[in-house]
Design a protein around this ligand. Structure first.
Ligand code: 13P
Length: 287
């Protein structure tokens, strides 16, 4: 059964580790991430962007697929199904469809409107036993058409949004989605420290997990980050393994063109990538 992300993140914050939130795109991705979580005995969050939701024909399909897999694969670790960077309308749809968690990305609204909408969604999600993530300060880069420029969040604004009763807070600390440019300045730990001092027990979320060096990930966790989002790195791992299979001409050997064979190296690469992150984040064995 899907669970809200609240308990797993509160536990992670208290235990000084982070839960990985990995974006799903299709059946293979979902199966790979659940396989890794179960083998690592790790809690996990399945992130779904609005674009991926559309790609999979809609949120109901996603809920049906994930719930079916939890049962058929005998998954016993805690799994949350979470809308990533949701619009107000997207959150409403996921609440109705049976997600267990949503992120309301109101960072592009003026702060007053972000607050109003967040308050409404906090009441709705909590009424259904779901968890909710809010964002303060844009996360740089581009993800499924959502673009912002990697600023650092204002700690006072973070405190104000945290006090609205959200379960986890994404705050920009110089992180960006996708690959980091060679001249990237790194995470702003001063900002993170200031945010954590004002928000106390609130689990903080680090977006743009791809390509952040291990020592910075560990330091971010020590300063209160309890959820880390990873997407691009799994996509690259999948694409590289698939490319290798095709370039080696394996799709032309026997029934190598069977999609179950063609997609297997990529899926295995996603499993390996997710396991590596779970090790780094310290969530192995915490289920
Ligand atoms: P990356 O694609 O950079 O790993 O970021 C993922 C993310 O933050 C999803 O919200």
């Amino acid at each position: 059964m899907l669970v809200s992300a609240k308990a797993m993140l509160d536990k992670a914050k208290a235990g000084h580790y982070a839960v990985g939130a990995f974006n799903i795109n299709n059946l293979e991705w979902t199966k790979a991430i659940l396989t890794a979580a179960q083998e690592c005995k790790s809690p996990v969050i399945l992130n779904v962007s609005e674009g991926a939701g559309k790609y999979m024909t809609g949120y109901r399909t996603v809920v049906g697929m994930v719930n079916g897999m939890l049962e058929e694969m005998n998954i016993s670790v805690p799994v949350a199904l979470h809308l990533d960077h949701g619009s107000y309308e997207g959150c409403m749809k996921c609440i109705a469809a049976g997600f267990s968690s949503v992120m309301f990305d109101g960072s592009h609204y003026p702060i007053e409107e972000n607050v109003e909408k967040t308050k409404e969604l906090v009441a709705l999600t909590h009424g259904k036993g779901m968890s909710i993530e809010a964002e303060v300060g844009g996360i740089g880069g581009e993800e499924d058409g959502v673009v912002s420029s990697g600023e650092c969040a204002d700690p006072e604004e973070c405190k104000m949004v945290a006090d609205l009763g959200v379960d986890m807070l994404a705050a920009g600390i110089g992180n960006i989605h996708g690959k980091y440019p060679a001249n990237w300045a790194g995470l702003s730990f001063d900002t993170l420290d200031a945010i954590q001092k004002l928000t106390g027990d609130m689990p903080l979320v680090l977006h743009g997990g791809t390509g952040i060096p291990a020592d910075q990930i560990k330091k971010a966790i020590s300063l209160g980050v309890s959820k880390i989002n990873v997407n691009t790195e799994c996509q690259i791992a999948f694409a590289e393994a698939t490319r290798k299979y095709v370039e080696e001409g394996k799709d032309l050997q026997g029934k190598g063109f069977d999609p179950r064979k063609l997609l297997k190296p990529g899926s295995d690469a996603v499993v390996a990538c997710v396991k590596e992150k779970m090790e780094l984040f310290g969530s192995v064995g915490k289920a």
